[in-house]
Write a protein that binds this ligand. Structure first.
Ligand code: SF4
Length: 285
C-alpha cells in the first residue's frame, strides 16, 4: 500500500518579522548637498526650493520624519526626538573638543565668555540705530495685527457677499484669500528674523574687524544680505496688503516708512552685502 503523503499542517506559521530597512547614514560631504547653503538662508524650509540639497533639512527630516507626533510639543515623541538630537550634538561636540584639547587654540570658558560679551558690546554700539529700528519694527507688527484683527475676518465676509451677489467669481475670491494669507505669513515669518539676523551681522562685523587676517567672503555681508532680502520681502507683502485694504493705508504707510529706513541703514552699514554670493541661492543659471 502506497504511503500516504504527509498532511500539511493547518496551523499557520508565524509571519516573518519585517525588519525596517536600515537608513543610510547621512553624510554632510555627500556632493548632493550644497555645502553651507543653510548659512545664509531664511530658515523657511517649507518654502525653500533647495530643501532637497540641504544637509540640515535632511537631518531634521531624519530626526522628525513625517510623523506629526514627533513635531508636536505636547507629545512625548517630540521630547524623545529632542533628547536624541541633544545626545548626538553632545557626542559630536565632545569629539571636536577632544581634537582641540591640548592645542593652543582652545580658549578657556571664561575667556570665551569674556570675548563674547566684548563682541556683543561692540556690535550693539556700532549697530545701535539699525538694531533698534529692527526691534521696534517687530513690536509695530504685533501692534498692527492686534489692532486690525477684525480686518481679515471682515475681508472674508465681504468676499463671501460679493461672490453670492455674483460680483466676484469664486476663483477670484480664492485668489484674493491666498494672497492675503501669503502676505500675513511673510510678514510674520520675517518679523523677528530681521532683528536676529541683523544682530549676527553686526557681531560678525566686529569679529572680522578684530581679525583682519581672515580673508574671503565675509559672514557679516552674507548675513546682512539675508536681512536685506527679508526686509524687501516684508516691504512687498505690506504693499500688497495696502492695495487690499486701502482704508488702512495710513497705518501701513507708517510701517513701510519705518522698514524702508531700516533697509537704507543696513545698506549703508554693509555696502558690500548685496554682492555677496550665497551658496545655492545665488548660483542659479
Ligand atoms: S537652505 Fe532651505 S532647507 Fe536648508 S535650512 Fe535653509 S531654508 Fe531650510
Amino acid at each position: 500500500m502506497p504511503e500516504k503523503p504527509a498532511r500539511k499542517s493547518s496551523k499557520k506559521l508565524p509571519a516573518k518579522k519585517q525588519r525596517a530597512p536600515r537608513k543610510r547614514k547621512l553624510d554632510p560631504d555627500d556632493p548632493h548637498f550644497i555645502p553651507g547653503i543653510n548659512n545664509y538662508c531664511d530658515r523657511w524650509c517649507e518654502r525653500c526650493e533647495f530643501s532637497h540639497r540641504c544637509f540640515n533639512f535632511a537631518l531634521n527630516e531624519r530626526y522628525f520624519g513625517d510623523d506629526p507626533a514627533a513635531r508636536d510639543m505636547t507629545n512625548q515623541k517630540f521630547w524623545d526626538t529632542l533628547e536624541r538630537i541633544y545626545a548626538d550634538a553632545k557626542a559630536s561636540l565632545d569629539q571636536s573638543l577632544k581634537k582641540l584639547s591640548g592645542t593652543a587654540e582652545m580658549p578657556s570658558i571664561e575667556a570665551a565668555d569674556a570675548h563674547e560679551k566684548h563682541v556683543d558690546r561692540r556690535a550693539r554700539a556700532i549697530g545701535q540705530k539699525e538694531t533698534k529700528l529692527a526691534l521696534t519694527y517687530a513690536h509695530m507688527v504685533d501692534e498692527w495685527f492686534n489692532n486690525e484683527l477684525r480686518l481679515p475676518l471682515e475681508h472674508v465676509r465681504d468676499l463671501e457677499r460679493l461672490v453670492m451677489a455674483g460680483e466676484v467669481t469664486v476663483a477670484n475670491a480664492k485668489g484674493d484669500l491666498v494672497r492675503l494669507n501669503d502676505c500675513v505669513e511673510i510678514i510674520r515669518w520675517y518679523q523677528h528674523f530681521i532683528f536676529v539676523k541683523l544682530g549676527r551681522a553686526f557681531s560678525s562685523l566686529v569679529e572680522e574687524d578684530e581679525n583682519p587676517s581672515v580673508a574671503g567672503a565675509k559672514d557679516s555681508d552674507g548675513t546682512a544680505k539675508v536681512t536685506l532680502i527679508s526686509i524687501e520681502r516684508s516691504l512687498a507683502a505690506w504693499n500688497v496688503m495696502r492695495e487690499m485694504f486701502p482704508e488702512k493705508t495710513d497705518s501701513m504707510l507708517e510701517l513701510l516708512v519705518h522698514l524702508d529706513r531700516l533697509r537704507k541703514g543696513v545698506d549703508a552699514k554693509f555696502p558690500k552685502a548685496r554682492k555677496f554670493r550665497r551658496a545655492g541661492f545665488d548660483e542659479r543659471g
